[in-house]
Design a protein around this ligand. Structure first.
Ligand SMILES: Nc1ncnc2c1ncn2[C@@H]1O[C@H](COP(=O)(O)OP(=O)(O)OP(=O)(O)O)[C@@H](O)[C@H]1O
Length: 514
């Protein structure tokens, strides 16, 4: 009789995985090993090939070469349904939930087997209680915060008893408290033997959570690390192959008011949106003002009102460079020097099925690209190529389709496209969302340079650390109301954090600010 203990095999082993797209090798000869109960980070710059690798493991994309071993047996994962049957779950960055359906209805649509509604509701309650992920199966999705929606996605995965859970940038939409809760759940799952593959650009989170890391650069594995034994700086160096660039905010002279919002109240057109209530704001030439807040508190509506996507019933209320623009559409506001970057990069910021060059043409107000109604494609392409070079966008050239770019690279292109149109007023939502640490500094520095040149810059971001790094003044939006704007140096993360829950009083704060 063989009495020796069974050998613990890796849960997942990739050997020599290669995936080639027409213009780029997304994964080249990638090896990766994940053990049972291990939380393993996949680190790398934008376009390094992380999402492609995860999609291969989840059966969305087929590799061109290489082997996948699942619990020591070679497998060919033909589809996500097959991945789920094997015990692989994936929580995507963009949730695919129907707002008008309940939690249970959404989960039942995504299940591969049919379960009676009452039994499903019971199982959802059981799993959510067991893992400390409070979710009411009968609640409608539209009434839930982003963090709660993510819980629904995780519960959906847990109902399949996964042995491997893939999380692609799960915290970019979460509040700091929700991040801590998520980590508790993931640690608990790992302790029970579930393996976790974790993609994030937030190095402090990787250090707090992950046992090991595989680092990718240009599709190849450049090393492995134990994140807890590294520093943020050494991890960044491994990722980008050089030191992390810094960004510098020097004092400037502030000039005339270029963006003025005066007692702006606006009912939302989205049935699940936020109504704006008596917003007052001013951004002057040469200053960068930040708006902090938890997503869903009126940021989207404020941006729509400022950009012209939603016009006002009266002209007054929003002024750009002294002109009342309330009734003007986005193209008319662009002619006055207003440029903006929406939060949603696919669909709003760019058309995925168009080339980068045509995406540049879409928002242009530049006389060189369109002269008397005639388009100069030579100039359009040259402009797009300049954005690609200046913002280090990794892509197959100006004819590459926007949808073929990795998330962070598309973000760099969209922000770069607006910065390079010489704005007078620049409004950016989530400027570094999904962007790697090196590129994030590049974008922040580019915004600082705009401000130094006298542009009025408004940044709407959920990342407090970022706002404190680049802004002269900061305000908070909560439930459609805007707090007073205070000098960044006179406030603290704690105060701004408190205001984020809506606890601000204009009278007191203005006295404090005076
Ligand atoms: N469907 C596709 N067609 C063509 N090229 C693609 C496609 N999907 C990905 N690529 C390319 O493969 C490379 C790797 O992309 P991937 O999305 O895996 O990167 P990533 O590391 O996840 O980046 P990010 O951090 O920006 O999300 C990129 O250069 C991207 O442009």
């Amino acid at each position: 009789m063989n009495t020796s203990l069974p050998i613990a095999h890796p849960r997942l082993e990739l050997r020599g995985i290669t995936k080639i797209y027409p213009s780029v090798i997304a994964n080249e000869n990638v090896d990766l090993i994940v053990h049972p109960g291990e939380i393993h980070a996949v680190l790398g710059e934008n376009g390094a090939g992380k999402s492609t690798l995860m999609k291969i493991i989840y059966g969305v994309t087929k590799p061109d070469a290489g082997e996948i071993l699942w619990e020591n047996r070679e497998v060919h994962i033909a589809s996500p349904a097959e991945a789920r049957r094997m015990g692989i779950g994936m929580v995507f960055q963009h949730f695919s939930l129907f707002e008008t359906l309940t939690v249970a209805e959404n989960i039942s649509l995504a299940l591969d087997t049919t379960i009676a509604p009452a039994e499903l509701a019971q199982r959802i309650s059981d799993v959510s209680t067991e893992y400390g992920l409070p979710v009411d199966p009968h609640r409608l999705i539209h009434s839930m915060s982003v963090g709660e929606r993510q819980r629904v996605e995780i519960v959906r995965c847990l109902l399949n008893n996964p042995k491997l859970l893939i999380m692609d940038e799960p915290t970019s939409v979460l509040t700091p408290q929700a991040v801590l809760k998520l980590f508790e759940t993931l640690r608990r799952l790992a302790a029970e033997g579930c393996s976790i593959l974790y993609i994030s650009h937030k190095l402090d989170e990787i250090q707090a959570l992950c046992d090991s890391a595989t680092i990718l650069r240009s599709g190849r594995v450049t090393g492995t690390a134990s994140p807890k034994e590294e520093t943020k700086v050494t991890l960044a160096q491994m990722m980008i192959g050089r030191d992390l660039p810094g960004c510098q905010l020097d004092a400037t002279t502030v000039g005339e008011a270029r963006l003025q919002v005066d007692h702006l109240s606006l009912s939302t057109i989205d049935p699940f949106g936020t109504t704006l209530k008596d917003i007052n704001l001013e951004v002057r030439s040469g200053e960068m003002v930040g708006i902090a807040g938890i997503s869903g508190n009126g940021q989207k509506e404020l941006l729509a009102a400022l950009s012209g996507e939603q016009t006002l019933s009266q002209s007054e209320g929003v002024k750009v460079c002294g002109t009342a623009v309330g009734k003007l559409n986005p193209a008319q506001r662009r002619l006055l020097g207003l440029r903006f970057v929406p939060e949603e990069r696919l669909g709003r910021g760019a058309v995925p099925t168009l080339s980068l060059a045509l995406n540049a043409l879409l928002t242009t107000s530049d006389g060189d690209m369109v002269k008397r109604g005639l388009i100069s494609y030579t100039n359009v392409r040259e402009f797009a190529r300049n954005v690609i070079a200046q913002f280090n966008v990794k892509c197959g050239g100006d004819q590459a389709l926007a949808g073929s770019l990795s998330g962070g690279n598309l973000q760099k292109f969209i922000v770069g496209r607006e910065i390079m149109q010489a704005p007078k007023v620049m409004i950016v939502a989530q400027p570094t969302w999904g962007v790697d640490v090196g590129a994030a500094q590049l974008i922040r520095q580019a915004l600082i340079e705009l401000r130094n040149q006298g542009v009025a810059v408004l940044v709407i971001s959920e990342e407090l650390e970022e706002l404190f790094m680049i802004c002269d003044r900061i305000a908070v939006i909560a439930d459609g109301r805007l707090s007073p704007t205070v000098a960044a140096k006179d406030t603290s993360v704690e105060q701004i954090g408190m205001w984020m829950s809506g606890e601000f009083n204009h009278d007191n704060a203005e006295v404090a600010h005076a």
